[in-house]
Design a protein around this ligand. Structure first.
Ligand code: ARG
Length: 458
């Protein structure tokens, strides 16, 4: 018997059941669903729709049902279509006739929206916290190699030397924006849909503001139709997660390059690499490849949800049930990748000598010579042209730029610029890649981390 059996003369066909049941995946919402029901019961009490004794029984029974889930002993009945019906059915079994009052002035439409907002709010905090922890690892790993540097690239061509800390911090900043975005999304989704009913509210004297407050939402809904049909918060969560995934993917791609024999800038610990079933010499950075590969499905989950939403007329439509699996999948995948990449970076050995000798490539000093000429009053375009000619000569003659400069009286005073690390030390403008600018960057980074940490623990 389903909860709507009053109107129907035959039971649901099994193919429809298989298509429409959601318990198989939405049972993970039990805690947040029961939390919502507790507030709902108190709301019904405040509205005079339940007396104190009824409230006490229902609240105690909700605790019992939650404990069954917690202990893994909850048994799904054949009629439990989704988590909401499963909880209500079990409460009614245990509490007796008063169970029939639990769903007063409520629909699964406002219920599922409430449950999912509560769940997503908590889940995004987990993602934010895992991302913050990766940020700390990036900072720590950089700290193990003070002064180490490598070539910075544009177009994957060597461009200018950068400190390893500067490079890793660049990833940290993008993750910090992710954390900020995730925390913002949590604020925006803090609107309680409970009390919207099926779509139009109710004639019973409930107070959505009361249940909103009990559940810790900033405010109750203003429009009942919007309340039951709005899944912007899921779209936003999926976008924010997808962007974390894109950042992790770019970091992954970089680790794949760094750990290749061609770059040889870094190696990952044995506990974070895999071997080959055929080639005995292989040590593969699968963790980084999966970080890159998983991003596709994170984007796919976002795209799937947006497409599902686009044609829906107001208000609730069953299509909306398709919001959950993409959300659950994205949450799970991004947490897996964040944790594994965190460990991978911590296991990483940076091959400073190889990376630094790549960064000591004399061509990377070309801009420094041009900038010294600028200091001497040469217009930049002219300086660029002059140094470009020196570079051209070095390329044609197949000699080092340093030799060309040394052999040319007009430029030979710039020879000290070719000393190891000199070009890096010269990068002093605010936010630049050299050691002098880096302390200010670290100050700002630490400030940002503790600010976000504070918001997270609110
Ligand atoms: N499991 C459903 C969902 O996820 C609950 C709402 C069902 N509502 C309904 N009117 N059939 O959306």
């Amino acid at each position: 018997m389903t909860l709507w059996s009053g109107r129907f003369s035959s039971s649901m066909d099994s193919t429809l059941w298989d298509l429409s049941e959601s318990y198989s995946f939405d049972h993970v919402l039990y805690h947040h669903d029961i939390t919502g029901s507790r507030a709902h019961v108190q709301g019904l009490g405040a509205a005079g729709l339940l007396n104190d004794e009824e409230m006490t029984i229902l609240l105690a029974t909700l605790d019992d049902v939650e404990a069954e889930f917690d202990r893994g002993v909850f048994v799904r009945a054949a009629s439990d279509e989704d988590i909401h019906m499963a909880v209500e059915r079990r409460v009614t079994e245990l509490a007796g006739p008063v169970g029939a009052k639990l769903h007063t002035s409520r629909s699964r439409n406002d219920q599922v929206a409430t449950t999912l907002r509560l769940f997503t709010t908590d889940a995004l905090a987990d993602v934010a916290s895992a991302a913050l922890s990766l940020v700390r690892s990036l900072v720590d790993v950089g700290g193990q190699y003070p002064g180490a540097y490598l070539p910075g690239y544009t177009h994957l061509q060597r461009a200018q030397p950068v400190l390893l800390t500067h490079h890793l911090n660049a990833h940290a900043w993008s993750l910090l924006r992710d954390v900020d975005r995730l925390l913002d999304a949590r604020e925006r989704m803090s609107v309680s849909p409970l009390g919207a009913g099926a779509l139009a509210g109710t004639s019973l004297p409930i107070q959505p503001a009361l249940t909103a407050r009990l559940l810790g939402f900033h405010e109750p809904f203003a429009n009942s139709m919007d309340a039951v049909s709005d899944r912007d918060f899921v779209a936003e969560a999926l976008f924010d997660i997808a962007l974390v995934g894109i950042h992790l993917s770019r970091m992954g791609e970089e680790l794949v390059l760094w750990t290749s024999a061609e770059f040889n800038f870094a190696s990952l610990g044995d506990d974070f690499t895999t071997g080959s079933s055929m080639l005995p010499q292989k040590k593969n950075s699968d963790v980084a490849e999966l970080a890159r590969g998983k991003s596709g499905r994170l984007v796919g989950n976002l795209t799937g949800l947006l497409v599902m939403l686009k044609g829906l007329p107001l208000s609730y439509n069953r299509d909306l049930q398709e919001d959950k699996e993409p959300l659950f999948d994205s949450l799970r995948q991004v947490l897996l990748v964040l944790a594994a990449m965190n460990g991978a970076y911590r296991s990483m050995t940076f091959n400073s000598s190889v990376a630094q000798s790549a960064a000591d490539d004399p061509y990377l000093v070309a801009i420094d010579i041009a900038e010294r000429l600028v200091e001497e009053g040469v217009p930049f375009r002219q300086a660029h042209e002059e140094v470009g000619r020196l570079v051209g000569e070095a390329v044609r003659e197949r000699v080092s730029l340093a030799e060309v400069v040394a052999a040319n009286e007009r430029y030979s005073r710039f020879i000290p610029l070719f000393e190891k690390g000199a070009a890096l030390d010269g990068r002093r403008s605010p936010g630049a890649s050299g050691p002098e600018a880096s302390s200010e960057q670290f100050r700002r980074l630490e400030m940002r981390i503790s600010e976000l940490d504070g918001r997270l623990s609110l």
